[in-house]
Design a protein around this ligand. Structure first.
Ligand SMILES: [Zn+2]
Length: 166
């Protein structure tokens, strides 16, 4: 499988205005038409308020003001994207994406892996939000190791750019 993720640009897709460091904007994920091909679309708050188009997941993000803020912005965006998928039920239709986001959140220490259960032939991850009592259960979509690595890089890159300056 070859996931292709378009990371978007550091400017509003609708009006073309560039985002300044520290500025908040909105990002949405949409499928490009090809299977498992996602694109991130960024909009300024004014254009986002007009409801540019439906996205299966979206989050509020910010162009980091400095290098020190990059990780913070990335973690917040990752979590909001995961929650948006989780709460809308869209994640159930995209189990690989939900799983990879969960792994990234464990890596960033936003979630803690409490338990791994056997579920049929696969595994089920029991996750806890660090600093709260919230728990999430995510099924392992049984990806190969190479595939997991590739997806971690692709999806991680989606949140590291484009506004982060990396
Ligand atoms: Zn705009």
């Amino acid at each position: 499988m070859d996931w292709k993720i378009d990371k978007g640009a550091a400017a509003c897709l609708a009006c073309g205005r560039g985002f300044s460091p520290g500025e908040e904007f909105f990002s949405g994920l949409e499928e490009t038409g090809a299977e498992e091909e996602f694109a991130r679309r960024d909009f300024c708050p004014a254009c986002w308020a007009k409801g540019p188009r439906p996205f299966f997941s979206h989050w509020r993000t910010k162009r980091p003001a400095g290098q020190g803020e990059v990780t913070f912005v990335e973690r917040a965006s990752l979590e909001e994207c995961f929650r948006s998928l989780w709460e809308s039920g869209e994640g159930a239709k995209r189990p690989k994406l939900l799983y990879v986001l969960a792994l990234l959140l464990v890596r960033r220490k936003v979630f803690r892996l409490e338990e791994v259960e056997r579920e049929g032939l696969g595994l089920r991850l029991k996750l806890k939000r660090v600093g709260s009592t919230e728990r999430f259960t995510v099924d392992d979509p049984r990806l190969g190791l190479t595939e997991v690595d590739a997806l971690l890089g692709e999806v991680g890159g989606l949140f590291a750019g484009p506004g982060s300056g990396r």
